[in-house]
Design a protein around this ligand. Sequence first.
Ligand SMILES: [Zn+2]
Length: 197
Amino acid sequence: MNKTENPQKKRILTTTIYAVIIGLLVLACAIVIATVTSKQNSTNAEIGDSEGDVGVSTTVYVVPVKDATILKDYSATEYQYNDTLKHWEIHKAIDFLAEKGADVYAFADGTVTDVKTNHMEGTYVEITHSNGLVSVYKSMDSKLNVKVGDKVIAGTVIGTVGDQMGKELNSGAHLHFELWRNGDKVDPNDYLALGEK
Ligand SMILES: [Zn+2]
């Protein structure tokens, strides 16, 4: 009896062992797949994050006054009449209509590199940005929020609009905004989306 029973038992045992081995293999495969998938997901997430960072670090340019209405636009070749000095001049800047006391915003991230006050230009602030750009804000109130050496980010309120710019006095309160690139004045319209234009 034992001799006839044994092979049968052995077969059942072998079948069970195979079943267990296959089961374990399937489980192992499942674990490997699950691990690889979750790793891929986290890698994708990291790539997504770094792409987000790149998006944030691309330069954001801010119109320096709220509800920007252009009083006198930039012109590199066309002469415009200066009602204060009573002469025609090239105006390589944008004059933004703004009430006295209106906030003035930093055009982009940068460092304040000059602050001066004189009769012809009122108080002016110069901010040096990366990529060779320098923004200059003239006809500001002498009470500023920033001083030379301060780091600002795009949109920082650097001060308010004044009316002390002697050579544009008859224009009334406004912000005279200049943009320089590598030592030359450039058209701010090329950087700012100014709807009215
Ligand atoms: Zn001006």
